[in-house]
Design a protein around this ligand. Structure first.
Ligand SMILES: [Zn+2]
Ligand SMILES: [Zn+2]
Length: 316
């Protein structure tokens, strides 16, 4: 019977390895204070209602498919569509663009040529950025930065960029020939180690874990509140079900979740903040079905609006 014990041992070891690599991604039981929404609200509590953002728009630039279990640990329900997007917070004093999506070349590489890319929406993102009041990114990964690192008019874009030093140091590898345009390379970094009011109704705070430069952006319109959570969760199910990405993804994609315990704590915190504030709209960067449902219900609008003036004032 020795051989039977051997087989049982090997199967148990394989099972344990599978669990560890693919399924072990549960958020902890508690993460109080990690997402301090009371602090974000306090920072914009005195902003006059007429200065607040009026809408949040999204441009769907590209998409690709991935197995659900690779996107959210333990989800075994077929394929998910991941979209690569840019967001626009529309406000009377000037718009904020969040994320620079992918260009065609990057999407082709990421999806082995199987993704679909929308030239028109990408051009709209590029054009809107040079008219916006400010341009930010949720983090420095390749699928969020291409309209910045490879922008055809870096001099027009640079004065509008509000990036942290961790985000800035992640950009050169995505720039043409690995070299950021000097105008962009030389901007002053913004410090988000503490929650900071960026504009009327808008707050940002560093939230490292998925990448060193990951930030959370809070925005309040007259109608509702939004939290741009970037890639802390690739899909809203990760927040709802309290489970992160499987470990094998971090082996396949170096640079994803270097601070994995932080990410799992953040998922717990986002889950709890969301439960306590049912009106709060969480915006994960890539959850195509969820984002399109928000468009259908009017919580988001598809397509950027162009600011009236080509030379909107530059932020101080
Ligand atoms: Zn990412
Ligand atoms: Zn991403």
């Amino acid at each position: 019977m020795k051989w039977l014990a051997g087989i049982v041992f090997v199967l148990a070891a394989l099972g344990a390895f599978f669990w560890w690599a693919a399924l072990d991604a549960a958020a902890p039981a508690e993460a109080d204070g990690v997402v301090d929404i009371a602090a974000y609200r306090a920072l914009v509590a005195n902003d006059a209602p007429e200065t607040l953002p009026t809408a949040v728009n999204v441009e769907f630039v590209g998409e690709s498919k991935a197995p659900s279990f690779a996107v959210e640990s333990g989800a075994f329900d077929g394929q998910r569509t991941l979209s690569y997007n840019s967001f626009q917070i529309v406000a009377p004093e000037g718009d904020t663009i969040i994320d620079g999506a992918v260009d065609r070349e990057t999407l082709d590489q990421m999806s082995q040529g199987k993704g679909s890319f929308n030239e028109q929406t990408y051009d709209d993102v590029l054009a809107t950025m040079t008219r916006a009041q400010r341009v930010m990114i949720t983090h420095e990964h390749l699928d969020h930065v291409m309209a910045i690192a490879r922008h055809p008019e870096p001099a027009a874009l640079a004065p509008r960029l509000e990036l942290t030093s961790a985000q800035l140091s992640g950009l050169p590898e995505h720039a043409p020939n690995g070299q950021l345009a000097p105008e962009i390379a030389n901007i002053d970094a913004v410090d988000l180690t503490q929650p900071r009011r960026i504009a009327p109704g808008v707050v940002a705070v560093a939230m490292p874990g998925h990448s060193p430069g990951t930030i959370l952006i809070y925005a309040k319109t007259a109608a509702r509140e939004y939290l741009f959570i970037g890639d802390i969760a690739w899909v809203i199910g990760s927040v709802e079900h309290l489970r992160g990405r499987p470990r094998f993804i971090t082996w396949l994609m170096p640079g994803v979740d270097p601070g994995r315990p932080n990410v799992l704590r953040q998922l717990r915190a986002l889950h709890d903040v969301s439960e306590a504030n049912p009106g709060l709209v969480l915006l994960p960067a890539h959850d195509d079905a969820y984002l399109r449902a928000l468009v259908s219900s009017g919580v988001l609008s598809e397509g950027f609006t162009q600011p009236a003036a080509a030379s909107a004032p530059i932020p101080e």
